[in-house]
Design a protein around this ligand. Structure first.
Ligand code: FE2
Length: 432
């Protein structure tokens, strides 16, 4: 039999080594050692890690690459970011949003990022960004999974028209229900918005992903209501709380009650470490709180935790490069997630765990899965994070869509080697 593509001598994220991956008609047709067959294209992975693609479970594609429009965020706070976005919104054109988002998607595929959940602000009555991103979704569909969350940035109740606009966006094809309870006028309105949004999702058979408690206020407890509503409406496995930064500052006793409720309800969590390490703690002097949610504790409670990039060169964050390994690297440091298992879990939080939260079907490195794969210049997930490893080949639906040269430097030091390659500095023992 002849395959379209065979990647030979791969190491997999689960520890298997010396594996060949054969692809036929956009699917993984075989995955085993030494496949004796021909293929239209053969890639020698040379023992490097071949992983399923990166998944960004939390992003804002409508704001991306708008840095500097109409001005920069001077205070660096979430609230000034929201105000700045409010200044930019009336100036947005569908063409400009479309172009910037497409440009970002080019960068994403080059970085091996082939699935993105993007929130899209629905508070503009013309739904300019919604229409633009739905068009982006259609354009990139052959090679990148893009799903959209109807996000009332200025508040579901606080922003006039948001209740109606959110349903209009869902009618147009936006597929996830969003919200921002901590930005409503009162705790009561915030709780009411969580209830209404969960009921809306239940009626329509949709998933929920709320910006939830993105504040340093330990009394912001909308995650409790989200878990309660998920339990009441039987939405387990379809609901996510994004950010959850107030949990960083909560009383430990309260958290000891909260986490089992989240686990029981089947609510997942998404931390956005790049963004929250710069946005949170801005009202503190010293010590300054880190602000990232409690990743290790949630994992230990059996709660799925993914990491999102959230922003790239927009009103909230001046940096970013669609590099999910950068996101995992930051989460690992901020959360002190340094055991071997915890570091491997960080890789899962930008691949398999994120895919599970999004409900991606046919994702992974098993026979029958969609042939979406990334060959990394690293031997295992920990090395991939350490090095923010180069994506040597990115394969989407069985086709190579991006290639990069391996990263190496030429040395000119007498008595030393001519070339230095950071990926050859792997630990001597990969176990434990
Ligand atoms: Fe966000």
């Amino acid at each position: 039999m002849s395959f379209d593509l065979i990647i030979r001598n791969a190491s997999l994220a689960d520890g298997r080594t010396g594996i060949d991956i054969a692809v036929h008609a956009g699917r993984i047709a075989a995955i085993e050692p030494a496949i004796g067959a021909e293929a239209g294209q053969v890639i020698d992975a040379a023992g490097r890690l071949v992983a399923p693609p990166f998944v960004d479970s939390h992003f804002h594609l409508d704001a991306t690459l708008s840095l500097g429009l109409p001005r920069l965020n001077r205070s660096g706070t979430l609230l000034e970011g929201i105000a700045l976005w409010g200044e930019l919104k009336p100036l947005l054109t569908a063409e400009a949003v479309f172009e910037r988002a497409m440009k970002y998607c080019d960068l994403a595929i080059a970085q091996g990022l082939l699935a993105i959940r993007s929130h899209v602000d629905i508070c503009d009555d013309h739904l300019v960004a919604v229409d633009a991103l739905l068009e982006v979704k259609r354009q990139v569909a052959p090679y990148l999974h893009l799903e959209l969350v109807a996000f009332p940035q200025d508040g579901y109740y606080r922003s006039p028209g948001a209740v109606r606009n959110l349903s209009r966006a869902l009618d147009k094809g936006v597929e996830v229900v969003g919200g921002i309870p901590h930005f409503e006028r009162s705790m009561g309105d915030g709780s009411a918005s969580v209830r209404a949004l969960c009921e809306l999702a239940a009626e329509r058979g949709l998933r929920v992903d709320l910006h939830c408690d993105e504040t340093d206020d330990p009394l912001s407890r909308h995650i409790e209501t989200l878990a309660d509503e998920t339990h009441r409406l039987g939405l387990g496995g379809r609901v996510t709380g994004s950010h959850l930064t107030s949990m960083h500052s909560m009383d430990n006793y309260y958290v000891s009650k909260l986490l089992p409720l989240m686990a029981e309800a089947g609510v997942a969590a998404i931390a956005n470490p790049l963004i929250n390490i710069v946005l949170q703690g801005r009202h503190d002097t010293y010590p300054k709180r880190r602000g990232m949610t409690r990743v290790a504790e949630m994992r230990a409670a059996g709660i799925d935790v993914a990491f999102g990039q959230d922003c790239c060169m927009d009103p909230w964050y001046s940096l970013g490069s669609a590099d999910m390994l950068d996101v995992a690297h930051m989460a690992l440091h901020v959360g002190q997630l340094t055991s071997r298992d915890a570091m491997r879990d960080c890789f899962a939080s930008i691949t398999t765990t994120a895919a599970r939260i999004l409900g991606l079907e046919d994702y992974g490195t098993e026979v029958g899965c969609q042939a979406d794969l990334v060959v990394l210049q690293a031997t295992d997930p920990i090395e991939a994070i350490r090095l923010r490893a180069a994506r040597l080949y990115v394969v989407s639906r069985g086709r190579v869509v991006a290639e990069s040269e391996p990263r190496r430097s030429r040395l000119s030091v007498p008595g030393r080697p001519d070339v230095v390659d950071a990926s050859s500095y792997a630990p001597l023992d990969h176990g434990g």
